[in-house]
Structures are given as structure tokens and as C-alpha cells.
Write a protein that binds this ligand. Structure first.
Ligand SMILES: Nc1nc2c(ncn2[C@@H]2O[C@H](COP(=O)(O)OP(=O)(O)OP(=O)(O)O)[C@@H](O)[C@H]2O)c(=O)[nH]1
Ligand SMILES: [Mg+2]
Length: 361
């Protein structure tokens, strides 16, 4: 899974990116965007690792991509195009960063401070890109229609109708994904890389002083956008400072500031939800590890995440839910109680499943 970060210049994209990835980033070569891996915090992982006395504990991960500052320097808002567009098209989700923090030393591109209107502007940028893609495709389809026999025109006309509906919806400020009625329509537009078919999150980069008003700010921005994107207020500067501390200092600091949950965790959770992801665990004395997969993924496909051999030679999966395992205290008690289920290749994995894949290659 990869998530692209977009936003107006100096909105705090890189600060959010550095906080989410705790600075573990790779500089992109050849005009590639900067990439970084965010580890997904999950309390369950440590507990499982203790039960199995694992040597190593590995979190699930999400890849973030940071949009670069405009080549021309600050001052002109350049749209989404070229390399940036190509990278964003390859993302599973986009995060739009809008600025609420005020800082005289960091100018705002529009000389305003209005996260709602910035969010609307960014959503319009995404729609504009999609309109361009649709227009080019519609022109091609019209050309194609001229040379076809009536019988061959049907699929083209169906596609044309769909693209025109999407285009009208975009004009009304609504994202492409709201138009799609069934699997078939989703399939037709799959290869086009429309940005507004992707789940969107609006991260409002707030001042530390605004933390108490988070709920208000969230509601205001949510109301302003004609989009069901999830809005997450987050103080990126503070989060980025906290992410550089060791775990105990970070915890003490959060308690002092009365911030119960890290903003980055809330953001990652929002991503998880909008991408429809769940977590399953594999455990052994060597390693306890969390994996993220789409809700509804079948056991054999899930096995493929761990190792292709496990998918190829899949026999069955031995599964217990995290809650049941914790309740029992360890695996042998759970086994004696008959709580380890044997599931076949079509079993739909559930969040919190602790799994052993049995396979034969
Ligand atoms: N006071 C304050 N400054 C912030 C906050 N968030 C970011 N900044 C500062 O704003 C400046 C721009 O932040 P960046 O994260 O680089 O913004 P960006 O969107 O990546 O900017 P470009 O890549 O240049 O478009 C930096 O100097 C940050 O330290 C905040 O919440 N409060
Ligand atoms: Mg930046």
C-alpha cells in the first residue's frame, strides 16, 4: 500500500511525512518522489511477542510518498502534472495537507489562512486532473466510433456514457468514485489513473495552540468540502518533534500535554479504515509480525503476503483470534481447549487473526 501526500506549498507536507516515517526516508533518484516507510503501531503486537518470547517483533508498514516543492521555488502554485501526477496515480490513497497553523515567517501561498478553502482548492486540482484524463479518453472514443460497425459500438457507447457521467459529477464537485455503480464500471475506468477514485484524507495541519479546538476545526473543514473524505486535524510540527524522541520521553511529553493518542496514529488509522485494511499476525519464537491486507482477503491470498511458497503450496491455516489467545494465556492452553480453528483456502481473514499457514512445496 502506498499513500501520496499532496498540498499547497508550505502547508506542512514534509513535516507530516517526516513525523509519519520517523525520518526513515529514501531520497528519490531520477525525479522520483521521496519515499518513507511508516510503521503501524499496534499494542497487540508486543503482547503476542511476549507470549511467544519472540526474538524479533515486526510491525506492519505503509509506504508514504512526499510531493516535492515546486521547481520554480515558492510563489507559484503549480498544478499536479508530469512526474508528480504519474506517482500519485500509482498510489492507493492520497492525503491532502491543508494549513491552519499561523507563522509569520512561513508565508502562505494565497496570503490567507483558511484550511477549508485550501481543501476545496486542492480537491478542485484533483478534479481538474481527472477532467483532463476524461477529455482525452472521450476524444479517442469519439474517433473510434466513426470507424465501427453498429454492433461494435456498444461497449464504446457504454464507456462514453460512464465517462460523461463522471465528468458531470466532477463539475458538481463530487469525486469520481461516487459515480461508480458496480464492479463493471470500476473495471472500465481502472486503468485510467483517475485521482478522485482514490480514498482521500484531509490532514489539517494545526497550531499547537489549536489542539483544544480540534473537533471544531474538523467539523468546519468536513462541512466545507463536497466530499466524504475523512478530515484529521494534526499538529505536524509537534508530532515531528515527538517522533524524534525515545519512547518513554515521548510518552511523558504526551501525558504532560494531555494528548492521549498520537496524531500520526489517528492518521494511520484513518488510512487503514478508508483503504479497508485489517491486520493479521504470524508468530513464532523467531518473529512475531503484523501484516496488513484488504478486508475480505482469503486465507490462501493472505499466505502469499508472507511467502509465495505458502500461497503456492497452501494446505490450510490454523487460526485463533487475538482475544481468545490472550484470554487463554498461551497457545498450548488454547489448543487444549480446542480453540485453534482449521480453515481452508477460501476463509475470509478477520482482523486480529493469529495464523499459522501449513503448506507443502
Ligand atoms: N509554526 C508552525 N510551523 C510549521 C508547522 N508545520 C510546518 N511548519 C513549518 O512550515 C514550514 C514548511 O513546512 P514543510 O513541512 O516544509 O511544508 P511543505 O508543504 O513540505 O513545503 P514545500 O515542500 O516547500 O511545498 C517549515 O519551516 C515548517 O517547520 C506548524 O504546525 N506550526
Ligand atoms: Mg516539502
Amino acid at each position: 500500500m502506498q499513500i501520496g501526500i499532496v498540498g499547497l506549498p508550505k502547508s506542512g507536507k514534509t513535516t507530516l511525512f517526516m513525523a509519519a516515517t520517523r525520518g526513515k526516508v529514501q531520497k528519490g533518484s531520477n525525479g522520483e518522489l521521496v519515499r518513507g516507510i511508516a510503521k503501524i503501531d499496534d499494542n497487540r503486537l508486543e503482547k503476542l511477542s511476549e507470549i511467544y518470547d519472540s526474538k524479533k517483533t515486526t510491525s506492519a508498514e505503509i509506504l508514504y510518498l512526499d510531493s516535492p516543492p515546486p521547481k520554480e521555488g515558492f510563489g507559484k502554485h503549480v498544478g499536479i502534472e508530469g512526474n508528480l501526477l504519474a506517482h500519485l496515480q500509482g498510489c492507493d490513497e492520497l492525503i491532502i495537507v491543508v494549513r491552519e497553523f499561523s507563522d509569520a515567517s512561513v508565508p502562505h501561498i494565497n496570503n490567507t489562512l483558511d484550511p477549508s478553502s485550501d481543501a476545496v482548492e486542492l480537491l478542485m486540482d484533483l478534479s481538474f486532473v481527472d477532467q483532463g484524463i476524461l477529455e482525452r479518453r472521450l476524444t479517442k472514443l469519439t474517433e473510434g466510433l466513426k470507424s465501427r460497425k453498429a454492433i461494435d459500438k456498444k461497449p464504446i457507447l457504454r464507456e462514453q456514457d460512464l465517462l460523461e457521467r463522471i465528468s458531470r459529477s466532477l463539475n458538481a464537485g463530487k469525486p469520481a468514485h461516487e459515480v461508480l455503480k458496480n464492479e463493471q464500471e470500476t473495471k472500465i475506468i481502472k486503468g485510467f489513473g483517475l485521482l478522485t477514485t482514490k480514498p482521500l484524507i484531509v490532514a489539517v495541519n494545526i497550531d499547537e495552540a489549536s489542539i483544544d479546538r480540534s473537533t471544531d476545526i474538523e467539523k468546519r473543514v468536513s462541512d466545507a468540502i463536497e466530499n466524504n473524505a475523512k478530515v484529521v486535524p494534526i499538529c505536524t510540527k509537534l508530532e515531528s518533534e515527538l517522533s524524534e524522541m525515545n519512547t518513554q520521553d515521548e510518552l511523558d511529553f504526551r501525558n504532560e500535554l494531555n494528548i492521549k493518542e498520537s496524531g500520526i496514529n489517528r492518521l494511520v488509522r484513518a488510512s487503514y479504515d478508508s483503504l479497508g485494511l485489517i491486520t493479521f499476525f504470524t508468530t513464532s519464537a523467531d518473529e512475531t509480525r503484523a501484516w496488513s491486507i484488504k478486508k475480505g482477503t482469503e486465507a490462501q491470498m493472505a499466505a502469499g503476503q508472507v511467502h509465495t511458497d505458502m500461497q503456492r503450496g497452501f494446505i490450510r491455516a490454523e487460526i485463533i483470534s487475538y482475544e481468545q489467545l490472550i484470554y487463554c494465556g498461551n497457545e498450548s492452553i488454547a489448543r487444549n481447549k480446542g480453540l485453534l480453528r482449521q480453515e481452508g483456502k477460501n476463509y475470509a481473514m478477520q482482523d486480529g487473526d493469529v495464523v499459522k499457514f501449513l503448506f507443502n512445496v
